[in-house]
Design a protein around this ligand. Structure first.
Ligand SMILES: [Zn+2]
Length: 216
């Protein structure tokens, strides 16, 4: 059983994949559990923190952007209550999170019953250990340690030379702080179609789901 806990649909402004296509794409790649983590949005087809659609488990998620003093970052909420998170994000545009701080975003996620994970930690040009320490104080639950950086380097000239922090260093930071591991492809469809480039196994999903029950 394999999972992808970071994907987008047309609930994000930069993806055209419908809910049905997203689920079908995951199923065709042999992915059993897929999280929909749209930018400041929760897909309106989602009703529960996790539900089964055509034999694929679909996790309700969200990707919230915010800023620290050092960087603009993204935080994933996994297993969020769709209705409650929809109320939080309302009709705010993607850029609105830029003026918000991580503690507020993590609080939104926890208030909506979700686990808060730092997205693609290798993208930030910062001292990652300091950033993670700051986020952990705000209640961060985990880190997205598996991410297809090499694919993004290939398609995007705006994000060269990734990851900025080596993968093994990211994993060491995570383990030292006993944060939950996660992973996903950040697939948007189109030229950013990375279904199955990285996968994670069920044990990681189970641990994140258990954490969500702490907040639900
Ligand atoms: Zn994303």
């Amino acid at each position: 059983m394999v999972a992808d806990l970071h994907t987008h649909t047309n609930a994000s402004p930069d993806s055209e994949l419908s809910f049905r296509d997203r689920v079908a794409l995951a199923a065709a790649a042999g992915i059993d559990t897929v999280a929909l983590t749209d930018h400041m949005a929760v897909h309106d087809r989602l009703r529960e923190p996790i539900e089964t659609v055509d034999c694929t488990k679909v996790v309700s998620g969200v990707e919230l952007n915010c800023s620290t003093a050092a960087a603009r970052i993204d935080i994933l909420g996994l297993f969020v209550d769709p209705g409650r998170m929809r109320e939080r994000v309302g009709d705010r545009s993607v850029s609105d999170g830029a003026t918000r701080r991580p503690p507020e975003m993590i609080e939104w996620i926890h208030d909506c019953g979700g686990a808060a994970m730092l997205a693609h930690p290798g993208r930030y040009d910062v001292d990652l250990a300091s950033l993670v320490a700051e986020l952990e104080m705000a209640g961060l639950d985990g880190i997205e340690v598996r991410y297809p950086y090499n694919e993004y380097t290939f398609v995007s000239s705006e994000m060269p030379e990734m990851p900025k922090t080596p993968i093994d260093r990211i994993e060491t930071i995570r383990r030292d702080r006993d944060l939950l591991p996660s992973g996903g492809n950040d697939c948007h469809g189109g030229e950013k179609t990375y279904v199955g480039t990285v996968t994670i196994d069920d044990a990681w999903v189970t641990a994140i789901e258990a954490r969500h029950h702490r907040y639900a």
